[in-house]
Design a protein. Structure first.
Lengths: 371, 416, 653
């Protein structure tokens, strides 16, 4: 049975993130963090959704998230990411990058370290728009066009790329240990390699002649050269950063800003996007043997391709997203929320669990995502 | 209504004017201590003074913000016969650490020979234009032709009103049908029987302001004047503070021939007149959508006026000093009694009977055991989450459940 | 319809009015600033400090309640759904939808009430407890009124069903019986519990006959002697006809059946069948609709409207909507003794029973001062086309007035303003202009927020607001020295003047530093370049540098020349361009053709003749450098001309 749980939380939610589960365990995630924006006092909150293993009539109540702990946050939470199980990093509109520690035993949240006004103009502080972690590395980007590298356990800043961008950088993601990819407000993707000095990117990709701002970026969990971006016009782009500077495919996904895009971390045939237009989409590109027969019949090229791919290997996954035009017939999208009018600002998916937050001050949780 | 917080303004003399910027995130105060202070609202809603400087060599009567399209710009006017324009500039990084901003004087307007009583920026569609009026009876209109260079202002118009001027108001309408228009009020006590409100309109052809109307019915001194936001209507609404509060409706009359270059003629109607202040009224001002008019008078009250859907005006609220000294005057530029959202109730004690009568349900005295409303109150366990009137389920434990089943059909992707 | 005149409320400002008698004020987006002052003062100095405090006064405290915020957010969803119900649908099909919308609203109120109740119970702070219970009682009253309006107006049940709905209404809002019955049943000896008979009678009064019978059986089992009369009562209660709208039974058939039953009850009462047990006799009296007996149990009824419904149940179960007001008024008169005057809630309910919708809404807005309630209820009633028929004069006006009030209140909140947009959208007369006035006041702390505000404006073609927001952002970026962002924003604002200004800053920076900043932006201007001449020049000039850098000299030379001949370059920049031509002129290979060289020379002459006229006061040193540059240029041009002539002549030969 598919069902979505709604919880009204009395604050506009800008970010939702599942707390990671130990890699070895096969458990579904049990708690998540939310960040608020545009409140007089903003907060980072941690919620728990109880056990999934329990079955029975109690099924109804089991999904209702309960507040575990909360902590004040100076300014809007513009981005948030778990560094590890117990620490999460936020990007603030005040320009600060803050590490919060979750004390699991007494269930409290506190500030472990903050880089205040890490992003700033000459006089005032500048909003920090994005943050990404690859423990112990933390990278933040901002409206000031800086890219900043930190180590979670060092007080100072490790590296600043001044003037990395003449426009606002909206989001950042790790490609490899030393490489990050940023997207900006004039539609460019820039690849940065921290091993190189200077403020020149290693590579710039963009849709030629198109200056539509890009708001989010995510990397394929297994194929580090495949990235997905979402833009102001709601367009979803799949890129192969190794090849050319044009996207592999372009899909009209939403009718307004796409705020986040995420590959499913363990089943990257699935992708999720959310948008200012108030929708949350689940994208599935069928690959290999589980392609429905009617699709196979219609599109023989697909069949032959998957037949040629090594069974169960990643090869088929790559072709799934990088098929260009031939992927047309094989991509399915599903709306995951009831018709809704206010922006879905953030989503996160882990295992079979999906959480998203809206400007309608609601958090939606789906714990039976068909992946 | 309730007092959410109090800010120790720390002026050494009377405050004459407080002005919010366009977005309500900053405010400026001016005082008889000849200074202007700028305050910024921090992320947690508290106000911090970020600049304070001596602006004039006399009492500063008014301070006002330009539209943010022109940057961070203030204008002030003073008893010292001048008006001045100030701009915030990007200072040194030291300032930032101290949380201070830097304002520099861009120009001093010295044309008046007497106290400058009011200063107002024109609506932004006219460009960066500033009007002043003074006790010598002249309204002066200045313009900064280059919005990037605020040190150059040229005196574009001088309108002689023949009466000592106390206040001005630009008509905010940006409709093409309405030429720029400014209303002037006079508090001249020497001339008894003339109209104390004059309305001037800009004429495209002569490129001059010409008098369009004098409100002959207003013969007592006028202390303040305010056009209401236009709301896309063909007529204008003007509020006046004189011995009472008056609201006029100005309906432009259709010109007899289109080529006529004379000023627009108006049909003037009184929409409302309130004498509840029982004495002189000193300030009138509209809220953003002109659904509320506030006035302040000699009775020491600020009164809020509101029209209902049948255009009947009524007083809906009064703000009045409690006449008691402030206890704990230590507050240094921070909130004296900062109250978060949850603590609103505790404010009631501060404000006294603030909310009395707002709710007829026992708002100030909680439900008594014997009251009929208390009987209405169900025990907590019995409030049903849903309105299914099927009462047989009343014994189930309460739960708020809102479940949504997602859109049923899986839709084919729209893409190319 | 008389106007209920209420005194305006007075809010006292602490510490004001002691020394100076005037109160100054300033409107803000969500509050009013007030301060002590003296308006009469018109000369110099005032004589000593007053109490220079500025007080922030807020209007509506409800909006700051975190729990009520859920009500606002959740009901927004329902409101939008309601607006989308198609107008062209036949009204018969719409009614169930409207009833379900109404129930959804009530369900949100209930959820909110429950949460408030829970926090009230768990809070220690007594003032907070009082606040929460106040809010609960207000919501409770709102729900009570709403539920009655749903029964009477939205569902508009006909005779027969009407009473069933009213019974449900009373049962839902007089739920303390259930608490009491639990208490009785859990006691050691329920039949001897002091509240035993109260429970039975309460059940009877609410028409919950099965439950009453169950409790009665306990007593009957204990008293074998009086078992017959208990059995008699049991059968009376069991036999009581209840109208069943689902069956084929007509209302008349039901009425006949009910009358028979009623007469039977009356007979037993007359022949004193229950005389031996006063409790059962009381019940029997209630069954025959004896008002005095019912009124003897005022405390069980609690309210006059419970009395009304019980009275109808046992006296006139087929009451028609049009007859209600008569029974309502008389029930109220009978129930309330002279001591307790009717409260506003009573008048509101009475007005509802009188089907005076307008009075209900008006009294609610005055008494509750809760725009949420009146706005949503009125909107729903307007959708049901109830306001027009009731009041041709101001049906929709009233709806719009109330919805605008509610939405404006939301806009005064730092966070809830987004909800208000949809409400304004559904106010045909003033919604748009209100939105225009309010949306541009939303503070733009971050670009992301600016984008959200812009999206709202763009979707509604609010071009002036879009332009203004972009302009503000561009201006701010410029003051923060972020030229690239400033340019992006002015391109989005289509603000040619500002784009020109920023382009000039870029060119200035180039002239002083000798290199371009923000190449990532300038190289990717695309068609946006055409916004302003200066921006076009900037883009093209940068293109020249790129061509030059890529050693594509011929193309570079052609572009450079065209910048001047096509008057794209500002005159002030020509000298720089001509200087840029120098290295091209001095290449071994001839790059500028004869014609091109002639044109370059012409440009140089035009420039120098201009300069001699307009710029007489220049420092001597600059003059020197300038003349040296000119000499060099003239020389290089002449040399190039010679070489080009030779080359072109050779080719022709």
């Amino acid at each position: 049975m598919e069902c979505i749980n709604a919880k009204y939380v009395s604050q506009k939610i800008s970010k939702t993130r599942w707390r990671p589960v130990p890699a070895a365990s096969l458990q579904q995630p049990r708690s998540f963090a939310t960040g608020s924006w545009d409140n007089e006092a903003n907060q980072v909150c941690v919620w728990t959704v109880g056990e999934t293993g329990m079955v029975g009539e109690d099924d109804e109540l089991e999904g209702d998230p309960q507040l575990l702990c909360e902590c004040k946050h100076g300014g809007d939470v513009l981005d948030m990411q778990f560094l590890d199980q117990d620490r999460l990093v936020t990007a603030s509109s005040t320009g600060a990058v803050t590490i919060y520690k979750l004390h699991a035993d007494n269930q409290t949240l506190s500030v472990a370290h903050a880089w205040d006004a890490a992003h700033h103009y000459q006089r005032a502080s500048a909003p920090c728009t994005g943050v990404v972690c690859s423990s112990p590395d933390v990278v933040s980007v901002g409206e000031d066009g800086r890219v900043i590298l930190y180590k979670a356990d060092q007080r100072g800043v490790v590296r600043v790329i001044e003037n990395a961008d003449s426009s606002t950088i909206h989001a950042v993601t790790f490609l490899q240990t030393t490489k990050v990819l940023t997207v900006n407000s004039i539609g460019q993707l820039k690849l940065w390699d921290f091993r190189q000095q200077g403020s020149e990117p290693a590579q710039i990709l963009s849709l030629t002649g198109d200056r539509v701002p890009l708001h989010c970026v995510d990397r394929h969990p297994n194929q580090q050269h495949i990235v997905a971006t979402g833009g102001q016009d709601g367009m979803l782009c799949i890129w192969d950063v190794r090849q050319g500077n044009m996207p592999f495919s372009l899909m009209e996904a939403h009718s307004a800003e796409m705020w986040e895009v995420h590959f499913h971390p363990s089943n990257p045939d699935h992708l999720f996007t959310c948008s200012e237009d108030g929708s949350l989409l689940h994208w599935e590109t069928s690959s290999g043997s589980d392609t429905p027969s009617f699709l196979q019949g219609r599109n023989t090229s697909v069949m032959s391709r998957s037949a040629a791919a090594p069974a169960g290997g990643n090869q088929s996954l790559i072709s799934a997203w990088l098929n260009g035009d031939s992927s047309k017939g094989r991509l399915e999208t599903t709306h995951m929320l009831p018709s809704q009018t206010l922006s879905v600002n953030s989503l996160d998916v882990l295992g079979q669990c999906l959480v998203c937050g809206t400007d309608g001050e609601a958090v939606y949780i789906n714990r039976r995502v068909p992946v | 209504m309730f007092v959410a917080r109090s800010i120790a303004a720390d002026h050494k003399d009377l405050i004459h004017d407080v002005s919010y910027d366009f977005h309500g995130r900053r405010m400026a105060t001016c005082s008889s201590d000849q200074s202007v202070k700028v305050w910024d609202k921090s992320d947690n809603g508290e106000w911090h003074c970020t600049a304070s400087w001596k602006t004039h060599s006399g009492s500063v009567w008014r301070v006002t913000w330009a539209h943010p399209e022109f940057g961070q710009v203030l204008a002030s006017c003073s008893f010292d016969r001048t008006a001045a324009v100030w701009e915030e500039i990007v200072g040194e990084s030291n300032d930032k650490q101290r949380g201070l901003s830097h304002w520099i004087k861009r120009t001093t307007l010295v044309d008046s020979r007497t106290s400058v009583t009011d200063v107002k920026f024109a609506p932004k569609h006219m460009g960066l234009v500033l009007a002043t009026c003074s006790a010598d009876g002249v309204v002066r209109i200045y313009e900064a032709p280059d919005v990037m260079n605020l040190s150059q202002w040229s005196l574009q118009h001088e309108i002689s009103c023949k009466l000592s001027c106390s206040c001005i108001s630009w008509n905010p309408s940006s409709s093409r049908a309405h030429p720029p228009m400014i209303a002037v009020g006079s508090d001249d006590n020497n001339v008894t029987y003339s109209g104390k409100v004059q309305i001037y309109e800009y004429n495209e052809n002569t490129r001059k302001y010409a008098k369009a109307e004098t409100l002959m019915t207003v013969t007592d001194p006028v202390h303040d004047i305010a056009f209401a936001p236009n709301l896309g209507r063909s007529f204008h609404v003007l509020a006046i503070a004189t011995k009472d509060v008056r609201i006029f409706k100005l309906i432009p009359l259709r010109r007899e021939n289109a080529t006529s270059s004379g000023p627009t003629k108006f049909e003037v109607q009184v929409m409302a007149q309130f004498d509840s202040h029982n004495s002189q009224v000193w300030r009138v001002s509209w809220n953003i959508t002109s659904t509320l008019l506030a006035s302040s008078g000699d009775d020491g009250c600020v009164r809020l006026w509101k029209a209902n859907y049948m255009d009947n005006w009524k007083c809906t609220g009064i703000l009045r000093g409690d006449g008691s000294p402030v206890n704990g005057s230590s507050g240094q530029g921070t909130a004296l009694s900062a109250v978060g959202s949850a603590g609103a109730q505790s404010q009631n004690s501060v404000v006294g009977a603030a909310s009395a009568g707002r709710y007829f349900f026992p708002h100030l005295d909680p439900p008594r055991a014997g009251s009929r409303l208390a009987l209405l109150l169900p025990p907590p366990s019995l409030i049903e989450p849903t309105c299914e009137t099927d009462h047989t389920h009343a014994h189930q434990p309460p739960q708020i459940r809102r479940r949504y089943t997602p859109a049923l059909p899986t839709q084919p992707a729209e893409h190319d | 319809m008389e106007e209920v005149d209420v005194e305006p409320t007075t809010t006292l400002i602490p510490g004001v009015g002691l020394k100076q008698k005037h109160v100054g004020f300033e409107w803000g987006p969500g509050d009013i600033l007030v301060y002590e002052t003296n308006f009469k003062l018109q000369g110099a100095g005032s004589g000593g400090p007053g109490f220079p405090f500025v007080h922030v006064v807020r209007k509506d405290e409800d909006i700051y309640s975190p729990i009520l915020r859920k009500l606002f957010n959740e009901s927004h969803h329902i409101f939008v759904g309601l607006q989308n119900i198609k107008d062209d649908m036949p009204s018969k099909n719409k009614k169930p939808q409207f009833v379900s919308v109404s129930k959804n609203y009530r369900s949100v109120i209930r959820a909110c009430m429950e949460e408030l109740q829970q926090v009230a119970v768990s809070t220690q702070d007594t003032s907070l407890v009082a606040q929460y219970s106040n809010q609960v009682s207000i919501l409770l009253a709102i729900e009570l009124i709403w539920n009655l309006c749903e029964v009477l107006f939205i569902d508009a049940a006909p005779a027969g069903i009407l009473l069933l709905h009213l019974l449900d209404w009373v049962r839902l809002h007089k739920a303390d019986v259930d608490e009491k019955v639990r208490e009785v049943l859990q006691s050691e000896s329920p039949t001897h519990h002091h509240a035993y008979w109260e429970v039975v009678i309460s059940f009877v009064l609410q028409g919950r006959m099965d439950e009453a019978r169950q409790i009665l059986m306990k007593q009957a089992n204990l008293q074998p002697a009086s078992r017959p009369i208990y059995q008699l009562m049991d059968s009376l209660l069991q036999k009581m006809p209840i109208f069943n709208p689902g069956s084929t039974q007509t209302l008349t058939e039901f009425d006949v059946k009910w009358r028979h039953w009623h007469e039977e009850c009356d007979r037993y009462l007359q022949d004193n069948s229950f005389a031996s047990n006063r409790h059962l006799e009381t019940i029997c009296k209630i069954l025959v609709g004896d008002e005095d007996t019912m009124l003897e149990h005022k405390e069980l009824l609690g309210t006059w409207y419970h009395f009304l419904v019980s009275r109808l149940l046992f006296f006139h179960p087929t009451v028609k909507p049009s007859e209600l007001h008569y029974y309502a008024q008389s029930s109220m008169d009978m129930f309330l003794d002279s001591r307790s005057a009717p409260e506003p809630l009573d008048s509101i309910l009475l007005a509802a029973f009188e089907f005076d919708l307008h009075q209900v809404i008006k009294d609610c807005s005055i008494a509750l001062n809760n725009w949420w309630f009146v706005a949503h209820l009125t909107d729903l009633l307007d959708h049901c086309k109830l306001l027009q028929s009731h009041n041709l004069h101001f049906g929709s006006n009233l709806r719009e007035f109330l919805v605008l009030e509610y939405a404006s209140g939301l806009f005064s909140h730092h966070s809830l303003w987004q909800l208000a947009v949809d409400y304004f959208d559904h106010c045909p007369e003033f919604g748009r202009v209100y939105l225009e006035l309010q949306i541009e006041r939303v503070p733009l702390e971050t670009e992301r927020k600016a984008l959200k505000v812009l999206r709202i404006c763009e979707q509604r073609q609010m071009n002036e607001q879009v332009r203004s927001i972009c302009k503000i952002m561009a201006k701010r970026a410029l003051s923060n020295n972020r030229l690239g962002s400033a340019l992006s924003w002015s391109i989005r604002a289509k603000d040619a003047a500002f784009a020109t200004l920023i382009s000039e800053r870029f060119l200035q920076d180039y002239c002083t530093r000798g290199s371009f900043s923000d190449l990532d932006l300038i190289d990717n201007l695309g068609p946006a370049m055409l916004l302003s001449d200066r921006l076009t020049f900037l883009g093209k000039y940068r293109e020249f540098h790129r061509l030059y850098g890529e050693m594509r000299f011929t193309e570079a030379a052609k572009l450079l020349l065209s910048l001047m001949t096509a008057k794209i370059a500002p005159r002030s920049f020509w000298m720089t361009l001509l200087t840029d031509a120098l290295p091209l002129l001095e290449q071994k290979e001839v790059i500028f053709s004869v014609d091109q060289t002639h044109e370059l020379m012409f440009c140089l002459e035009e420039l120098t003749s201009d300069n001699s006229e307009t710029k007489p006061e220049r420092p001597a040193q600059d003059e020197d450098i300038e003349s040296t540059k000119l000499e060099l240029l003239r020389l290089a041009l002449a040399r190039n001309l010679a070489m080009a002539i030779v080359k072109e002549g050779t080719v022709e030969a």
